[in-house]
Design a protein around this ligand. Structure first.
Ligand code: NAI
Ligand code: MG
Length: 349
């Protein structure tokens, strides 16, 4: 019996995780679900965005299905109590440094893509984002300059071991796909990026079969729109990966379509699975959210944490079939509610 922790969180988090749970339940697997409060909901329930009971559950579970955290009411809280600290804390404390963000265009979604159909159809990539380092976790603060001006700062840093372990995942992934790895950095201006590039090049000697290229992040943003078909695996740091994957989502139709897995190297045990989007307060509670990103995250959970490859493929095929059949939430130009979209996937399953 496996345990899946469901950490629904805030905003649309509970709406989208509920649909993913229905899909997992329909597979009749030997799993139990345990829910934990997190984010602003955790703060309200237990005075902390990552309450001790939720942290214990996260450590104990075989995998975590995560919704999203973030609530406008949380913005006024001290940084340590802000909802977003919960997901940063989970990633860091569980050591989930490898964030896999596959982006593909599902058949029929050409019309939802921000790109021309013939360009959009070529999208089939994985953005591999480093998740526990970079400017998100460096020293940060607010200080006063000599002339009395307020100054905010966030230190960007990577050590070579942090770069090497994410690059290893990148090369290993590329080997299992099209043998193409593009490392994205800003080595022309950032010392962090120069080290990143040096380490990736050193490691490439162990992977002669993989064609390695390097690209500056500003160019990568442009190339993602101009010719996304050129990318297979992109490996990049935390900040660049965050931004590029949101951008890639619109190329693939909607931010409501992109799943992610956060893992420790290849062993995905105790991994965390979540849509790449946030809590979307603007549409929360209205049944407008697209649950596909979370359902596809559940498929990644089945594959990486539970080793259930056939079941994962079945879920992905069901999403694909539902979309082919015309199922569309508002972000995809349709009128279906979150639950109706879940019903369509369930029916296809
Ligand atoms: P967001 O991703 O929540 O929303 C951006 C836009 O996309 C909004 O217009 C929203 O309605 C739309 N959208 C997002 N998911 C959708 C879905 N499934 N279906 C249809 N439309 C969808 O990003 P935003 O607005 O910048 O952040 C909102 C809150 O979420 C903030 O508190 C932020 O800190 C938090 N956040 C949390 C993340 C996490 O828990 N991992 C990740 C990103 C943001
Ligand atoms: Mg983001």
């Amino acid at each position: 019996m496996k345990t899946i922790a469901i950490l629904a969180g805030d905003g649309i988090g509970p709406e989208v995780t509920a649909e993913a749970r229905r899909i997992l339940e329909a597979l009749n697997l030997d799993i139990t679900f345990e829910e934990g409060a997190i984010g602003y909901a955790g703060y309200v329930a237990a005075g902390h965005p990552l309450p001790p009971a939720t942290w214990e559950l996260a450590k104990r579970a075989d995998a975590i299905l995560f919704g999203a955290v973030g609530d406008p009411r949380g913005d006024a809280l001290d940084r340590a109590l802000r909802p977003e600290q919960a997901i940063l804390g989970l990633r860091k404390q569980l050591g989930l440094f490898a964030n896999l963000r596959p982006a593909t265009l599902f058949p029929g979604l050409e019309d939802a893509s921000a790109l021309r159909p013939e360009v959009a159809r070529e999208i089939d990539m994985v953005i591999l984002r480093e998740l526990t380092g970079d400017v998100y976790f460096g020293e940060k603060g607010l200080r006063t300059t000599a002339d009395g001006k307020r100054e905010g700062y966030d230190v960007m840093s990577y050590n070579e071991e942090e770069v090497r372990r994410i690059a290893v995942v990148g090369f290993e992934m590329a080997k299992r796909r099209k043998n193409k790895l593009c490392s994205v950095d800003k080595a022309n201006v950032l010392e962090t990026s120069q080290l990143w590039r040096d380490v990736v090049i050193e490691l490439s000697k162990d992977y002669p079969e993989v064609a390695l290229t390097h690209m500056y992040v500003d160019n990568a943003a442009m190339q993602l729109v101009r010719n996304p078909g050129q990318f297979d695996v992109i490996v990049t740091g935390n900040l660049f990966g965050d931004i590029l994957s949101d951008q890639a989502s619109m190329c693939a139709g909607s931010i409501g379509m992109l799943p992610s897995a956060s893992l420790r190297a290849w062993s995905g045990d105790n991994g965390l699975y979540e849509p790449i989007h946030g809590s979307a307060p603007d549409i929360a509670g209205q049944g407008k959210a697209n649950p596909c990103a979370t359902i596809l995250s559940a498929a990644m959970l089945l594959r990486h944490s539970l080793d259930l490859h056939d079941e994962a493929a079945r879920v992905e095929a069901a999403v694909s079939a539902a979309l082919k059949g015309g199922a569309r939430t508002a972000d995809l130009g349709g009128t279906m509610t979150t639950a109706a979209m879940g019903d369509a996937v369930l029916a296809a399953l």
